[in-house]
Design a protein around this ligand. Sequence first.
Ligand code: GRG
Length: 290
Amino acid sequence: MQNRLFKIAKDTNFFLKQFINRQKKTDLIAPMRYGLFSGGKKIRSKIIIDIGSLFKINYKTLISIGAAVECIHAYSLIHDDLPCMDNDVLRRGKPSTHIKFGESTAVLAGNSLLTMAFEILSDPKLKIDNKAKLHLIKKLSECSGHLGIAGGQFLDLSFEHKKISKNKIIDMEIKKTGKLFSFCCMAPAIIKKKSSKEINFFEKIGSDIGLLFQIADDLIDYSGKAKIAGKKTRKDEKQGKATLISLLGYKNAVNYSGRIKSKINNNLIKYGSSSNNIGQTLNYILKRNK
Ligand code: GRG
């Protein structure tokens, strides 16, 4: 699993480096590269490859889609670390982008990465039928805006130091973290022009993976080591974050994540042994320590 993840990360980074190298040079490229390449597991690319293998989609096409998603992910982390958001000075064991390059540069590098995702998807070099391409662009924009990452981040910040119900926490986490995973799971079905029923099925699998991922992230914050995690831990409690651990307690949150994993695996049984890869990725997500 680890070797496969490294290979996918390497291929995604290679695609992104080539894409950026083809563009005219600007002073924002250094902070953009820092947000993209200063570590990062590229787990979202891995999920696109895993689900794409269920539909036998060409690896290079999937890597291009993964690269677009990783641009959105990198933007969201740069902005999440800003003083007006979660105010983090450390990311992936290194100074956050705004610490290294300054706040206004970090905002603009983040904006540029967000838009670069759509430059990648709309590139004529990406050999996907135009109708499917447009569908991908629409879904990725929806997952990134007020109905997705940005909306989830808004809820996350507005829930601080308040007593929030389980359903509201889940809704916030699905938006903040799950929507991008939904896109990763839907993208192969969209490329293959599957029915809206099948696309919705994968969208739901993605929100469950996002929830699993977020609980694992909260567990790292709760009990992980800052040196290994590459970021400060025990922050959620200090910042009064509404998380499933703060609501249910550590043990119940672990049990809940186990139930979500079984649910995802059961839903994918119908795809036979092709779903083994995504099963391994889920185990990795739950056991990860960074
Ligand atoms: C600022 C618009 C805006 C959104 C921020 C993504 C996000 C929303 C906030 C990040 C807060 C956070 C730590 C959420 C947990 C899930 C998450 C995105 C963890 C980091 O993702 P990894 O582990 O990161 O895939 P790497 O470093 O491997 O790329």
